[in-house]
Design a protein around this ligand. Structure first.
Ligand code: ATP
Length: 289
């Protein structure tokens, strides 16, 4: 399901003394099956864009096409429920939204609320608990008796139980330790690859954007100022600095290595693994000469 923002502008508390314009004429096309990262400094408008992606917010000007549903200013739309079913959002600290007395009931709540039969909702919950690396025993436990990392996984299972076509992730690993972060990010990547799940990641992490995304959009002062592949986005450090952003760590290392060697590596290394491989290839070639 493609998502296209056309000239989207948004103002909070419009027509009040507190009016705050947060988005200005944002154009962005997110093709079905892609992994789109949205990056930008604090207050640049990322969360405001994110809330438009499943029509939690409607543009004050412009329009968004979400699959076959168009959401635009002033237009009443009866299909917003359909959009919310298809576009799942994992908000920051999603465990704050857990509420039911058992993990099983909590995960089943969303799908049953949208008319999925109980047996099917239960089947999904059991499958997802295992997919997220949790033991079966947690199903009958209170979500509030779990560790922070386990609660996060249960909350993610609740979003996945809706079988979304698009998964929107708002800093989904905030507050987790490095191992937990990587496990969760790798899991989302696997779901993206294996199920073709369109994935939209809102993040401050240049590393995650470089490692996982195939497209990156940069938000700056409420505008989408750049969009392209990671190679395109990270090829110009000066431009990134204009938007108060930095290169991913691997590319900073790459620059240091190139300075030490006095030679450039042929490719941009978006991850540390890529840098290690590229360097090994380069040194092998040098030895052969
Ligand atoms: N509920 C709100 N009411 C009024 N202004 C808001 C509200 N939410 C956000 N804003 C303002 O809109 C602008 C964009 O905020 P937004 O939260 O979308 O940025 P962000 O890039 O997600 O920031 P962060 O990285 O800190 O989460 C900011 O100037 C912010 O102060």
């Amino acid at each position: 399901m493609d998502i296209t923002l056309q000239q989207v502008s948004y103002a909070y508390a419009k027509n009040t003394p507190f009016e705050k314009r947060a988005l200005f004429d944002v154009d962005l096309h997110i093709p079905s099956g892609s992994y789109q990262a949205i990056i930008g400094h604090t207050g640049s408008g990322k969360s405001t864009v994110l809330q438009h992606l499943n029509a939690l917010l409607k543009p004050t000007d412009g329009s968004i096409q979400i699959g076959d549903v168009e959401v635009s200013a002033g237009k009443k739309n009866k299909q917003l429920r359909k959009v919310r079913q298809k576009v799942g959002i994992v908000f920051q600290f999603p465990e704050h939204q857990l509420f039911d007395e058992t993990v099983l009931k909590d995960i089943m709540f969303g799908p049953m609320n949208f008319g999925v039969p109980e047996q099917e909702a239960k089947r999904r919950a059991i499958e997802l608990v295992s997919l997220l690396g949790l033991p079966d025993e947690v199903l009958e436990k209170s979500p509030f008796d779990l560790s922070g990392g386990q609660m996060r996984r249960v909350a993610i299972a609740g979003v996945l139980a809706m079988n979304p076509e698009v998964l929107v992730l708002d800093e989904p690993t905030a507050g987790l330790d490095p191992k937990g972060r990587k496990e969760i990010m790798d899991l989302f990547y696997r779901l993206h690859k294996e199920k073709g799940l369109t994935t939209i990641l809102v993040t401050h992490s240049m590393e995650d954007a470089a490692r996982y995304a195939d497209r990156i959009a940069i938000m700056h002062d409420g505008k989408c100022v750049l969009a392209g592949t990671p190679q395109e986005i990270f090829s110009d450090e000066g431009r990134l600095m204009d938007f108060r952003l930095e290169l991913p760590q691997s590319m900073k290392f790459q620059k240091k290595v190139e300075q030490m060697m006095g030679k450039k590596l042929p490719a941009l290394c978006l991850t540390e693994e890529m840098l290690a491989e590229e360097l090994a290839r380069f040194l092998k070639k040098e030895r052969e000469l």
